[in-house]
Design a protein around this ligand. Structure first.
Ligand code: PEP
Ligand code: MG
Length: 923
């Protein structure tokens, strides 16, 4: 049997259903499902995603069998609607809409009113009894079709401001100005008729081809353009950001047109079965009377509120659907309940009312903020709509980020007045410099600046800039505009429809509710309330949501993988513990030599480095030589002892903060040359303290200089050369633990040796560890329980994991270095070429952010297997940066690790990702 590409739907039912998203796309599958539920859906058919793939494989040609299938489906649609496509008397018009497996709001194309042409116009005029309506539909078709099908789909890239759509809009604006009209609705039938003729002439002039007036040509042109929009610029960018595979393709939905612009008994709207910004269980939406759907989502007019209960400051004065069309609102509200009960999730719906009759055009799981996702999951669990496991899966790990991220400090916010307000489209707070174009946002963000993208209206072309910006502010648009949807999906702070905002792009200035600002000025947004403030306000974290704690309890009930944190100070340890960390997976000892309060220990460390470099004075006799050696050793010990109290202090405080939980303390890791003072002042100070010549201090620095320090004298190698440094650290660990235990506290140290490549390195270090352990035991009477293990961060260590496990009781994958050394990419300098690798598709993701499962992942799997062969109870974790990345967490779970360790603020994300991984594996 030939492959089937076309699936019909209508009042009779549907060929497909909601489970067929991969083939029919989200939109097509849900249209079919709604028909099955008996909801009023205009009849039509879906051309599946396989057809899109085949279309590209064939060099942008439709498969042979498609024409017959479409003809047949069109006949069935005509029968259901009682109209005929291309018919002069009773013409059926259709829309052609894209629809991928995963929603990509506004990123692909749609063409409406397809089938309208001189042959069908008179019939439609007669039926609608409105010449004005028909010519308005025709001018919309010409605008959309010439832009989408004749220009974009043909890969024509017009010069700035020369696109066909803009030129047609210019013609329309000229006409309105000449006639003194304020709004589109002021244009008469005669005006529109003339305008359509002007449009057609312009299209021919700009694109060199006439606008097609043959219904079949229109239909196939539109279907092809929908397919081609899968490869359009916006779609490609969005797919890259969202990680949507290129091979999925889009479906094309051909559906009978219904009109929301047939006068005052017609309307169109978009709604959410619950509030997508807060999660509140209230029907929430926007609508416009006498309008087409594009008018709502394009954000050109500020839409009316759906009901009385959800009116806000911006739309309080506008009529709700509930008050204007109460019967229809009731019907819609009934559909809301039916859809939620059926899908058991919040739905985002589009509807049209044509002359008093309600039609459903779309439903899908609605995008929502992290706050809303969490609140809805907990509410629906409480309502008995979903179970615990489903509730856990309803929040994406990355969405938690937004709950843990800044809001404006309420105390600071109280002291200032907003300069402007708009609709609260994306949550939280953001502060940054004003930029007025997407390109500027991308460029500034690349320089590490925080920017707020300020735009006239919401435009999906700005996707890259929206992504790069810390926040988004627009003058027009509603809560359901594309920018709002996209921002919400990303959990980005966003305010739309700020009516008091005027932008002068040419002069790079902005008037915000009368306050004059310019590009580069700082503003602060409260995206949860829709308020804009001048200057930078203080921010704080938004963890106070009590439901967050409740939700995390559910999460922990599902997960098997442990989650620890990378913390280098007692403060970090406390924060991480509050976020649910079950121990420290990496305590980087050297961090006590950086930042606040580091001056004194750093100075002593530098002294130590100088002293470690000292050689015994040459001597003639054996006795003199021995005396000289002894002197050097005594000097070394003295300086190491000087450092000891600082090291012990930090270790003890951290063990105490993590009482009852394991703390993996890593021995000194970085190459010593990182600590050698470079500036003359510090060098002089050191020379003075050590009674050395400045030249000798400089010389020592030069001796330590390495060409490849990341592959140099660091990690365990330091301990091999200077065992007293290892000894000092180990003593600090055991003494701290012993003292805490004596004080009745539960200290659980784990000693981790970094940068190892051979088991012998572990063995020689172990000799020191055992000896010091015994000494501390004798000294304190406490037999400290501890684990001894290693990082696996050099490929050779991974290859020899079976041997490493003979000495190590645990492994922790240092995937920063493991990635660096497996790829041969310097982790510090990857910025120079990584963007090219990502853009060119040479790499799917930055391997320093998400584990390269194909390469580095193999080393990990192999080490786990070999290590456990030697030592069945080998404890294994990961402490590279990837430990907080959800995809990497899932990989670690599959690879059989015991825990992941990540920065404190990523702990809840890792916990949720670990729960998702367990649930997924169970299914
Ligand atoms: C690693 O290499 O992954 C690691 C955790 O250690 P560091 O980043 O300190 O080199
Ligand atoms: Mg490392």
């Amino acid at each position: 049997m030939a492959q089937r590409y076309v699936y019909g739907f209508g009042p009779w039912g549907a060929d497909g259903d909601a489970s067929m998203k991969n083939a029919l796309g989200g939109k097509g599958a849900n249209l079919a499902e709604m028909c099955r539920l008996g909801l009023p859906v205009p009849a039509g058919f879906t051309i599946n995603t396989d057809c899109c793939t085949a279309y590209f494989q064939e060099g942008k040609k439709f498969p042979q069998s498609l024409r017959d299938e479409v003809a047949e489906a069109l006949r069935k649609t005509e029968a259901a609607m009682g109209m005929k496509y291309g018919d002069a008397e009773n013409p059926l018009l259709v829309s052609c809409r894209s629809g991928a497996r995963k929603s990509m709001p506004g990123m692909m194309e749609t063409v409406l009113n397809v089938g309208l042409c001189p042959a069908t116009i008179p019939g439609l005029v007669k039926k609608s009894a409105s010449e004005r309506f028909v010519y308005d539909a025709y001018r919309r078709l010409i605008m959309m079709y010439s832009d989408v099908v004749m220009e974009k789909a043909e890969d024509i890239e017009p010069a700035e401001g020369k696109g066909v759509r803009l030129q047609l809009e210019h013609l329309m604006a000229t006409l309105k100005k000449a006639k003194g009209y304020q709004s589109d609705t002021d244009m008469t039938a005669e005006d529109l008729k003339k305008l359509c003729n002007q449009f057609k002439a312009k299209v021919k002039q700009v694109l060199g081809r006439p606008f097609p007036d043959d219904p079949q040509e229109q239909l196939w042109g539109a279907i092809g353009a929908v397919f081609k929009s899968w490869q359009g610029k916006r779609a490609v960018s969005y797919r890259r950001i969202e990680g949507i595979p290129e091979e999925w393709g889009t479906a094309c939905n051909v559906q009978s047109m219904v009109f929301g612009n047939l006068g005052d008994t017609s309307a169109t709207g978009v709604a959410f079965t619950r509030n997508p910004a807060t999660g509140e269980n209230k029907f929430y939406g926007e609508w416009l009377v006498n309008a087409q759907g594009e008018d709502v989502v394009a954000g050109i007019r500020t839409p009316n509120p759906l009901n009385e209960a959800t009116k806000n400051e911006q739309n309080r004065h506008l009529d709700s659907l509930e008050s204007k069309m109460p019967e229809l609102y009731k019907q819609l509200d009934g559909i809301r309940t039916k859809l939620e009960t059926h899908y058991k999730d919040m739905q985002d719906i589009e509807f049209t009312i044509q002359e008093g009759k309600l039609y459903m055009l779309q439903c899908r799981n609605g995008k929502r903020t992290g706050t809303a996702a969490l609140n809805m999951a907990m509410d629906m669990l409480g309502e008995g709509l979903i179970d615990e496991v489903t509730a856990v899966t309803r929040v994406e790990p990355a969405q938690l980020d937004e709950l843990l991220h800044p809001i404006i400090d309420p105390a600071a916010e109280k002291t200032v007045e907003p300069i402007l307000s708009g609709l609260p489209a994306g949550p939280g707070g953001a502060c940054g410099k004003i930029v007025l174009t997407s390109a500027d946002a991308v460029e500034a963000a690349a320089r590490g600046q925080h920017v707020i993208l300020v735009r006239e209206e919401t435009n999906p072309e700005d996707v890259e800039g929206m992504r790069a910006a810390a926040g988004i502010l627009t003058a027009r648009g509603g809560m359901t505009s594309h920018a709002a949807l996209v921002a919400r999906g990303w959990g980005k702070c966003c305010i739309v429809g700020a009516g008091g905002l005027a932008i002068d792009l040419k002069n790079q200035t902005v008037s915000a509710g009368g306050t004059a600002l310019a590009a580069g000025d700082l503003i602060t947004l409260n995206g949860s309330k829709g308020r804009v403030y001048q200057g930078a306000l203080a921010m704080m974290d938004a963890t106070e949501n009590p439901r967050f704690q409740e939700f995390m309890k559910l999460v922990d009930r599902q997960r098997k993988l442990g989650v620890r944190t990378n913390a280098d100070t007692p403060d970090d340890a406390r924060v991480a513990r509050a976020f649910g960390a079950e121990g420290i997976g990496l305590f980087r000892t050297e961090h006590m030599f950086y930042g606040k309060g580091a001056d004194e220990p750093l100075f002593i460390l530098r002294k130590m480095i100088m002293v470690l470099g000292k050689k015994p004075k040459p001597a003639k006799t054996k006795q003199a030589r021995e005396a000289a050696e002894k002197k050097v050793l005594a000097e070394r010990k003295a300086v190491v002892d000087e450092l000891f109290p600082f090291v012990k202090h930090d270790i003890k405080a951290t063990l105490e903060a993590m009482e009852g939980l394991p703390v993996t303390i890593r021995l000194l890791d970085p190459p010593l040359h990182e600590f050698v003072p470079q500036d003359k002042g510090a060098q002089l100070q050191l020379a003075k303290a050590l009674n050395m010549r400045l030249a000798d201090v400089k010389k020592r620095g030069e001796e330590l200089h390495e060409t490849n320090p990341m592959m140099g004298h660091r990690g365990v190698r330091l301990g091999v050369t200077y065992p007293e440094v290892t000894e000092m650290q180990v003593r600090a660990i055991f003494e701290s633990a012993a003292e805490l235990i004596q004080a009745g506290k539960d200290a659980r140290p784990e000693i981790m040796v970094p940068v190892t490549c051979d088991v012998k390195e572990l063995d020689v270090t172990r000799v020191i560890v055992d000896r010091v352990h015994e000494e501390v035991k004798t000294q304190t009477g406490v037999d400290v329980k501890y684990l001894y293990g290693t990082m696996i961060e050099i490929p050779r260590a991974a290859l020899l994991a079976d041997r490493m496990a003979k000495s190590a009781q645990f492994f922790s994958f240092g995937t920063n270095d493991l990635t660096q050394m497996s790829f041969g990419f310097s982790r510090d300098d990857i910025g120079g070429f990584l963007p090219d690798y990502l853009k060119g598709g040479l790499l799917e993701a930055d391997p320093f952010q998400t584990i390269d499962q194909t390469g580095v992942g193999q080393l990990i799997r192999m080490s786990v297997e070999r290590g456990r062969k030697t030592r069945g109870d080998l404890k294994i974790g990961i402490c590279g940066e990837q430990g907080g990345d959800p995809a990497s967490v899932e990989f670690c779970f599959q690879a059989g690790l015991n825990y992941v360790s990540c920065s404190p603020y990523r702990v809840p994300i890792a916990r949720l990702a670990a729960a998702h991984a367990t649930i997924k594996a169970r299914r």
